[in-house]
Design a protein around this ligand. Structure first.
Ligand SMILES: Cc1ncc(COP(=O)(O)O)c(C=O)c1O
Length: 287
């Protein structure tokens, strides 16, 4: 684009359901659950959550029971407003518990949630979005793979929700002493606090890695879009044959295009953008 060669790391091709960063983030969590001889995975997500369905699928494949706490008690018993994601989670054997937004915010601290978890034998709790230290380790392996392929990007770009994926990329860049900036594209409005979560996952130590979160490309907020974003994604897919999910990669790829247009990323650079999957959530279609 404008003379800049962009490498697209097609991590979305790693699995049809446990796709992209989901595979990376779940891998060490599932290994830890198995090591602890836990049979019961517990996690959290919204009605369209890629993480929820990835966990349901992985649990089903590997013989775990799975319980998903879903944001929004209005969904309880009201199938008419269920997403395809929820139906699929249920078909994969995940037990769904719908909780109010207040309880959802509190997670395991909410007494209703604590009570349900308390009834399970050796539950293994995976946080919302699958983000924790184990997820960070899994994502860092992606950077190791790039190093083995002798890919030496000047920037690594990814979308940011909970920040676990970005923390993993920063960790990987640090492990390999790479001269590479990590750029995260916030997909939610007002996500300033995620920086502290990332710092915490990095062990509260100052890292030498140059990393920055871009907050200007959420296009109105989570799952919101603009005609410009939609036009960009449709055109990009037509030109390159690479589908972009509506929620995450649409915004990171759009942000990269804008950075190239503005000259922030130039022909001197070798940007690599991670396609983190999420395609079950749908793509923008031409009318
Ligand atoms: C497809 C996809 N890409 C990126 C992200 C953002 O990752 P993170 O929550 O680790 O910031 C998510 C959410 O987990 C996702 O589902």
């Amino acid at each position: 684009m404008l003379g800049v060669t962009v490498r697209v790391v097609r991590d979305d091709l790693n699995h049809p359901v446990v796709q992209g960063n989901k595979f990376r983030k779940l891998k060490h969590n599932l290994l830890a659950a198995a090591k602890q001889r836990s049979q019961n995975l517990v996690t959290f997500g919204g009605a369209y959550s890629n993480h929820l369905i990835a966990t349901a699928y992985a649990a089903n494949e590997l013989g775990f029971s799975a319980l998903g706490f879903v944001r929004g008690d209005e969904l309880e018993g009201n199938h008419a407003i269920w997403s395809e994601t929820l139906f699929q989670c249920q078909q994969l054997g995940m037990r769904l518990e719908f909780v109010s937004r207040t309880d959802y915010r509190l997670k395991e601290q909410a007494s209703s949630i604590k009570h349900i978890i308390g009834q399970l034998n050796h539950p293994f709790i995976i946080p919302e979005g699958g983000s924790n230290q184990l997820a960070k380790a899994g994502v860092a392996e992606l950077v190791t793979e790039l190093v083995h392929q002798r890919v030496q990007p000047s920037q690594l770009i990814c979308p940011v929700g909970t920040g676990g994926t970005m923390a993993g990329l920063i960790e990987g860049v640090a492990q390999h002493n790479m001269d590479c900036q990590v750029l995260g594209v916030a997909v939610l409005k007002g996500l300033q606090g995620v920086k502290d979560d990332i710092i915490q996952w990095l062990g509260n130590q100052k890292t030498r890695v140059n990393w920055k979160i871009l907050h200007d490309y959420h296009c109105g907020g989570y799952a919101k879009s603009t005609p410009e974003l939609e036009g960009f994604c449709i055109g990009f897919t037509q030109q390159h044959g690479i589908p972009l999910d509506k929620i995450y990669n649409s915004k990171s790829f759009y942000a990269l295009a804008q950075c190239i247009k503005s000259g922030e990323i130039s022909t001197k650079d070798r940007p690599a953008i991670i396609h983190t999957g999420g395609l079950q959530g749908g793509v923008f279609e031409t009318l």
